[in-house]
Design a protein around this ligand. Sequence first.
Ligand code: KG4
Ligand code: ZN
Length: 351
Amino acid sequence: MIKNRKKRSIRILGIETSCDETSVAILNASNDAVRLSFHETATQIPIHQRYGGVVPEVAARTHVAEIVSLLERARAFEKPYRFDAIAVTKGPGLATALRVGIDAARTLAFVTGVPIVGVNHLEGHLASSWLVAENRTGWKFPILALLVSGGHTELVLMKDFCRYKVLGRTRDDAAGEAFDKTAKLMGLGYPGGPIISQLAVSGNPKAFDLPRPMLHDVSSDFSFSGFKSAVRRTWEELPEKKKKDAQVIADLCASIQEAIVDVLVQKTIVAVKKHSPKAVCVVGGVSANVALQERLKSELKRQTPNSKFLAAAKGFHTDNAAMIAAAGYWVLKHKKPSNWKTLDAEPQLDI
Ligand code: KG4
Ligand code: ZN
């Protein structure tokens, strides 16, 4: 635990390499102020687009190529170049990709002697909401987080910093995967979420009748695997001519988005009614979806007005090192750092 925590502002170097974004940040944080003095992300999306999804070996090699130049840019940008701690994603993610960031961070920790924190990537997504200044002013626990990314869909009750209870999670595919895989089967490209949400703008969300999986299940769990199969059947039953019709594609995209948003929002509202959190946030790559943000905000206002909606973390939805540095700050304040000698990737880590 960091001493003198009332007064001191600490500078944390954040490193993220769990999947297809290499990212480095320097976060200056104290009890009442948070400032990012450096934050750059090198996305690998154009590289993986060629393969229709993330290729782990290619991701790891690209992280190796990017991480040193990002760290050099941070050093050139930051004068004086010093930090009090290093926060690096330890998992979940692709093992070889995670190790690139971890090895860079361990080397820096060894050379500089500063503490290192292995950060849970999912806790990083939770902390992304705290990076938004106006959210910090209304930050009162318990907070319910809808965490929706490419690999995870979870409802997490944040009882305090670093104290979480998972209320429900997906039993198979994540919401982001549902977007990615349905876009892929329609031949729309990768990643599917931003493409589907863009095409959905000119589509009719009621054009196709798609299932709302787990909506009436008593648990807070999700499931999107059957949904993906339903979209596949719908697509395969379409005559070839319609598969090339821009309006039909827009209608199917709007219907897919509507179904996913319906499930995510309604299950979140049920959990809010049950657990009465003081605030609700939505984090992870899928939280970039404007339809999801707007619906969640309006349904919370309508059905559970006592729970404040924390704005989605614009600029911090998808993977980034700022959120890793922020979660590292939480861990330093409320738990303890890792050992640089033994810190290793934990690809299957959960909350
Ligand atoms: O959090 P993230 O960057 O990586 C993981 O930790 O998995 O999330 C990536 C996911 C992808 O599945 C992508 O399709 C989805 O976030 N995504 C979106 C949008 N932007 C990104 N999904 C729906 N609508 C979007 N606008
Ligand atoms: Zn992520």
